[in-house]
Design a protein around this ligand. Structure first.
Ligand code: GLN
Length: 296
């Protein structure tokens, strides 16, 4: 076990390698599956080193100040706090986004939603896009960014996105600035309320709203995420139904949403009442129903 050293009295116990061994052990004992990798991520974060550098300098001693920071992070991670919040970074669609408390951590399955959106933008020539519940900005910022790199010129897209959470909007704003996306406007607003005054026309509405049924027992790590970004109501899909209504009422021709794996039937039933041209569902990588596309 690691003992506290004075700054001048280094021992093998505070070499990078020894700290990684102890960290991996602590995380493993607390059911963190990629324990060694996560210990490396946390120590690398504390020391400002890349993982490969940790190996190059594996015998170097670490000053006690950094050792303490590292152990504080290990303790929080051992309590199932998501590593993304600890290091304020998340990888999404091969890019690194800023993330912090107040926004849902973007999930790998939402990369499929981004792909579906890119397809729609390309095939239907959508130019005016709106997102409800922007959260960290993963979807809108990535769409603007990818569209710019794909077309190799300044994007012809105009994006608007809303969220009720000021904390989430701040995180989305940081990502928008980091990716130099200037064709995305962020609105502190519920649903499309911001547009009552603006009266903009949109051709694609995208949303990954909270869709988990209230009261569902979730893994402990999800307790650190904003609960109002996860739980959607008594059934779970109430917001999805409202978003479908909004797309129809606002004459937005295409709607693309992520949904819960067991909500296909309820979405189908709801759309029986609403005139539309087509409804298509898509699955996630686990083969579960995860989203839908409606054309009106
Ligand atoms: N897919 C997320 C999860 O299972 C939920 C995201 C959401 O409600 N929009 O944690």
């Amino acid at each position: 076990m690691l003992h506290k050293d004075s700054k001048t009295n280094y021992t093998k116990a505070n070499s990078i390698e020894a700290l990684l061994d102890v960290g991996a052990q602590i995380l493993q004992q607390n059911a963190i599956s990629r324990a060694r990798l996560e210990a490396e991520i946390l120590l690398g974060f504390v020391l400002g080193l890349q993982r490969v550098e940790l190996h190059i300098f594996s015998n170097n001693p670490v000053e006690s100040f950094f050792v303490e920071s590292y152990f504080r992070l290990l303790k929080r991670r051992a309590n199932q706090e998501p590593i993304e919040y600890l290091i304020e970074k998340v990888s999404f669609y091969g890019e690194e986004l800023y993330i912090s408390y107040g926004a849902l951590i973007p999930r790998p399955e939402t990369e499929i939603l981004v792909n579906k959106a890119l397809e729609l933008i390309d095939q239907k020539d959508c130019k005016n896009i709106v997102e409800i519940g922007v959260g960290s900005g993963a979807i809108s910022v990535l769409l603007a960014h990818l569209n710019k790199s794909l077309t190799k010129k300044d994007s012809a897209l105009t994006l608007h996105a809303s969220d009720i959470s000021p904390e989430a909007l701040f995180i989305a704003y940081v990502n928008k600035v980091n990716f130099k996306v200037d064709n995305l406007s962020l609105h502190h607003s519920s649903y499309l309320d911001f547009n009552i005054k603006m009266g903009l026309k949109f051709d694609l509405l995208i949303s990954n709203p909270p869709y988990i049924k209230n009261g569902t027992l979730l893994p402990k790590s999800l307790a650190y995420e904003p609960q109002n970004a996860l739980f959607g109501g008594e059934r779970g899909d109430e917001m999805l139904h409202h978003i479908i209504n909004l797309a129809y009422q606002n004459q937005i021709p295409y709607l693309l949403c992520e949904m819960g794996y067991d909500q296909r039937e309820s979405i189908q039933t709801h759309l029986k009442e609403i005139p539309h041209r087509a409804l298509e569902f898509y699955k996630d990588l686990a083969g579960l129903d995860r989203g839908f596309m409606v054309s009106f």
